[in-house]
Design a binder for this molecule. Structure first.
Ligand code: CA
Length: 289
């Protein structure tokens, strides 16, 4: 079912089967969208946004290098909301710009307080196509300077679909972002058709292989072949590879053997609030000692 053989040559479209998870907008009508967008703007003012952290560890040793900042909304009436419940509305209403900057600000502030505790950990923030506006690189630079952080502490995870659009402004913005020194990755790789030839000319450091390809690697030969091929090709471009959604030891061992550089997933831990993340890191260090 995977047509990899046909996609080996560079410059050929690398078409992977669509395995995208269910749409987030299902069942949400226009009225709710607008109401959500208005209350998101208020949530920013009231500081109702919370960030949880999902560690990313080196393979095979498991040293934690960075943590992905995952946004939650502590809604006064609806409780803790996951991004699937509000990100699409934020993108449509334009709140996504200030929202993403608020997450970068919080994540950098967190990295600064971890550094204070002796933990040198980078932070990775999810960025959508609509964030790639002229002016965004300068805003990012201002935030790294505000927290006096080396820009390499910050990683931005860009959606594959957004980059595939190939808009001229987005290309300029990417080049400027790379110039600021922040790390750039492609997120959830494999969930949309993208041209590897195009990707290899982008200023990227890292490819994150979508969890849907990783889940089956320890028992499915075709998933293993696919992951191995992605690793071989993207390593030749100089990218590091992250396996997303690593849930057990067998998958950890398999993606490590396949040449992935980093792993993320519940085998390490679920996403944790910042204070719990510190405790988790400490108990891990104690167990390793
Ligand atoms: Ca991500």
């Amino acid at each position: 079912m995977n047509s990899l053989a046909a996609d080996r040559g560079l410059g050929v479209r690398f078409a992977l089967p669509w395995r995208r998870r269910s749409g987030v907008m299902r069942g949400v009508d226009e009225f709710n969208r607008m109401a959500t967008a208005r209350s998101l703007a208020r949530a920013l003012d009231e500081d109702e946004l919370v960030v949880h952290y999902l560690p990313k560890a080196e393979l095979p040793g498991g040293k934690v290098r960075s943590a992905e900042a995952l946004l939650r909304w502590q809604h006064p009436k609806r409780g803790l909301l996951a991004p699937a419940e509000f990100i699409a509305q934020a993108e449509q209403s334009g709140v996504i710009g200030p929202l993403t900057l608020a997450v970068i600000d919080k994540a950098l502030g967190q990295a600064a307080s971890w550094r204070h505790l002796g933990m040198e950990i980078g932070v990775d923030v999810n960025v959508g196509a609509r964030n790639l506006q002229l002016g965004f690189p300068e805003e990012v630079r201002t935030l790294t300077e505000k927290w006096k952080m080396d820009p390499r502490v910050l990683g931005l995870e860009l959606s594959e679909g957004g980059l595939a659009a190939g808009d001229a402004d987005a290309t300029t913005v990417l080049a400027e972002l790379a110039n600021t020194g922040v790390r750039l990755s492609i997120d959830d790789f494999g969930t949309s058709a993208s041209s590897l030839d195009r990707l290899r000319h982008m200023p990227l450091r890292e490819i994150k292989i979508d969890r849907s390809f990783i889940a089956g690697v320890s028992r499915d030969e075709s998933d293993r072949t696919l992951v191995r091929s992605i690793v071989d090709m993207t390593h030749s471009f100089g990218f590091k590879i992250v396996a997303e959604g690593v849930e057990d030891q067998e998958v950890w061992d398999t993606v490590s053997q396949l040449g992935c550089d980093f792993a993320q997933g519940y085998f390490l831990t679920r996403p944790l609030p910042a204070e719990e993340f510190v405790e988790w890191m400490r108990s891990r260090a104690a167990a390793a000692a």
